[in-house]
Design a protein around this ligand. Sequence first.
Ligand SMILES: C[S@@+](CC[C@H](N)C(=O)[O-])C[C@H]1O[C@@H](n2cnc3c(N)ncnc32)[C@H](O)[C@@H]1O
Length: 259
Amino acid sequence: MNSTDTQENKFLGKVYLLGAGPGDPGLMTLKGKGLLECADVVIYDALVSPAILAMINPQAEQINAGKRMGRHSLLQEDTTKLLIEKAQDHAIVVRLKGGDPFIFGRGGEEMAELVEAGIPVEVVPGITSGIAAPAYAGIPLTHRLYSSSVTFVTGHESAGKYRPTVNWSAIAHGSETIVIYMGIHNLPYIVEQLTTAGLSVDTPIALVRWGTRPDQEELIGKMGTIVEQVENTGFGAPAIAVIGSVVNLHSILSGCRPQ
Ligand SMILES: C[S@@+](CC[C@H](N)C(=O)[O-])C[C@H]1O[C@@H](n2cnc3c(N)ncnc32)[C@H](O)[C@@H]1O
């Protein structure tokens, strides 16, 4: 008996790390939809939209592993344990994550733990919010006249979630468009870091909240004004921040939002 035989005996099923996309159910991949329709178990995160959850096989066991700032339904290690347990006696176990599992979604860590435990696992990419939310706000991240480079960065690094810590000075000079995930809580710090590093206070910035969902909201400003605008409006997470002159296209393109 080789190691593959042992694995097959131990686990009936396979885990699919599935990207749910940013919220609009029309942005779920065909492969992902098929998996949700025939899943036996679905373990999902907090940012997965109700419209996506509605696609799940009604017979499937559904478990909310949702994590939002400071409120953990399931610890990461418990989630992995649960996936291992479920794969022992269910054929299709879906780990459903907002956006793309490998973009600030801990998908890489979860997949490595499953591989280490000998569980068959596959990743099914999703559309990340850092691309889709700006697109639905009429902001193309690149444009031949305004930007030929994009950086995707987490704004949550100061809480120790990601390492190494972000080099904001390098980012200020490194690309023409900057897309920040989880940046709302640390926005004053991020703005200060980027402007101290030389990014002009007149650089346009857009915040897009609940992007691609029916309740999508946008706040458009400049680096020098955005913190005050957030304070005055109470604009909150979850949102994507886009910085760079591509934001100016919002005034021309935002009327063409997909329906
Ligand atoms: C833990 S990260 C997960 C990112 C996800 N894996 C992705 O690819 O979109 C959570 C952050 O993603 C962003 N986010 C997720 N969904 C969003 C949406 N529909 N609109 C705006 N931002 C969103 C927010 O910055 C939020 O704080």
